[in-house]
Design a protein. Sequence first.
Length: 255
Amino acid sequence: MNIQTTDEKSEETFQEEQFSRTILLLGKKSFDKLKSKYIAVFGIGGVGGFVAEALVRSGIEKIDIIDNDVVSESNINRQVIALHSTIGQYKVDVMKERLLDINPNAQITVHKCFFLPETASQFNFSKYDYIIDAVDTVTAKIQLIEESKKAKTKIICCMGAGNKLDPTRFEISDINKTSVCPLARVIRQECKKRNIKDVKVVYSKEQPILLDTPFSKESSNKSDHFEKKIPGSIAFVPSVAGLIIASEVIKDLSN
């Protein structure tokens, strides 16, 4: 006979109340299914931060967050974890604290590294139910796609969200059906070279705004040529891309 303590009852009641609106929408069976899924979010910036938060608010409890960057002043205009009080802190540390404040039962694993071909061996892609690609470079994106395909793990990739002003132009598509987006064009070409098919992406059909901006010193890869210029960004574009990705993941996993 199982006898619940007062603390256990209050915790269970709290959980039911916290997610009651989600359960109304998805149904208890689908919601319970979500709680058992294991997600990895690569890149905790303007897009990835909103993805991670929306997933945990939707009931996902097991999530890995991967990034080696720290919060800077220039992040405050668009990143959910960027505040004056968090400047200089690792993004994954701030994100973990925030996610646990949303759901204390969540199991958040932090990886303080940038995902690159050299760091790919640190991850077992077969243990994840879904991979979210919110990283910046072509090299890392292609590697994530290749590793996910090898492991037969679902992946969704974010294409360019910089130099855009209209969040209503984002669409979910297969990479081979994308247009307009310069980053999507390069990823599409790289996937064709490798005979990679069926890659789900979120991309925008808005023409990038041409800006006279400085060049970034971070990217030296020739395939990242379009990313060398520091892109302009604003609060309501990468956040929407992140929320669209989260919605697609939740729908895929709760089906």
